[in-house]
Write a protein that binds this ligand. Structure first.
Ligand code: ADP
Ligand code: ADP
Length: 224
């Protein structure tokens, strides 16, 4: 399944042009979207995630027309926003269980299996019964990934995930992303070059709402 973005543009009501004629073709694996603050990364991520509309252009995910079939996209999408709130007084296990119900995993033993597997995968098993309010930044991010992975989505969008993580947590998070990027599209939005060069075989540089470069980060670095 490929994600194909063509001629996407978006200007906010106050006149800020956030996206201008953006076209990208994204294959399964980790894709890095690199750009400074204000480049338009979040606007693009929110548009792909169907959280906001575009003015013109198209987005196709496999057979799905993303802008016209938002409800189809939501069934195959996992989204980890830049700053997501966690409910401080519930445990990771409880909240994941709750989200699994919302995802429609109605069989209790199946749900248990899925939740337990995700807690193991994200290295949160030991801390599963701790309240989320006591989690570190890195643990919260990993919990966000566990949540995003529910329902086995074909596309995962991760917005500025490593900002504020210490090097150990950042490494751990990178390893987790590399693992989940093996068999789906993972789009990693970041302003940190090494997030992209460590993890992604395809990337785009975006600034002022425009795509300036697409390619393989290792090739790009050699060319510089
Ligand atoms: P990035 O995620 O790369 O930092 P954004 O997509 O958040 O970039 O922002 C792109 C531009 O659009 C910035 O100039 C930002 O201030 C502006 N912008 C973002 N969201 C809105 C909004 N809801 N209304 C008006 N301007 C916005
Ligand atoms: P990012 O850190 O990803 O660039 P922003 O700080 O630009 O995100 O945006 C945070 C929130 O504020 C978003 O919901 C965005 O839509 C909104 N926002 C950003 N810039 C503006 C703006 N100039 N006018 C109105 N809302 C904005």
């Amino acid at each position: 399944m490929e994600l194909v973005i063509e001629h996407l543009s978006k200007t906010y009501p106050n006149g800020t042009r956030a996206l201008h004629d953006v076209s990208l073709q994204i294959a399964p694996g980790m894709f890095g979207l690199l750009g400074p603050n204000g480049a338009g990364k979040s606007s693009l991520m929110r548009t792909i995630s169907t959280l906001q509309e575009a003015d013109s252009g198209s987005i196709r995910l496999g057979e799905i027309d993303v802008l016209r079939q938002p409800e189809h996209v939501r069934q195959v999408l996992g989204y980890l926003p830049q700053e997501f709130g966690v409910y401080p007084k519930v445990s990771a296990a409880e909240l994941l269980e709750h989200f699994a119900v919302l995802k429609g995993i109605s069989n209790k033993s199946e749900r248990r299996q899925v939740v337990d597997a995700l807690l193991h995968q994200t290295n949160l098993w030991e801390a599963r019964n701790k309240n989320l309010g006591g989690y570190s930044g890195g643990m919260k991010q990993r919990f966000g990934i566990a949540q995003a992975l529910l329902g086995d989505p074909k596309l995962i969008i991760v917005d500025e995930p490593t900002a504020g993580l210490d090097p150990t947590e950042r490494n751990r998070f990178h390893n987790l992303l590399a693992e989940i990027g093996e068999d789906r599209i993972v789009i990693l939005s970041t302003h940190i070059v090494s997030d992209v060069s460590d993890l992604c075989r395809q990337f785009a540089i975006i600034n002022k709402g425009q795509v300036l470069y697409t390619g393989d980060p290792l090739v790009a670095i050699e060319e510089m």
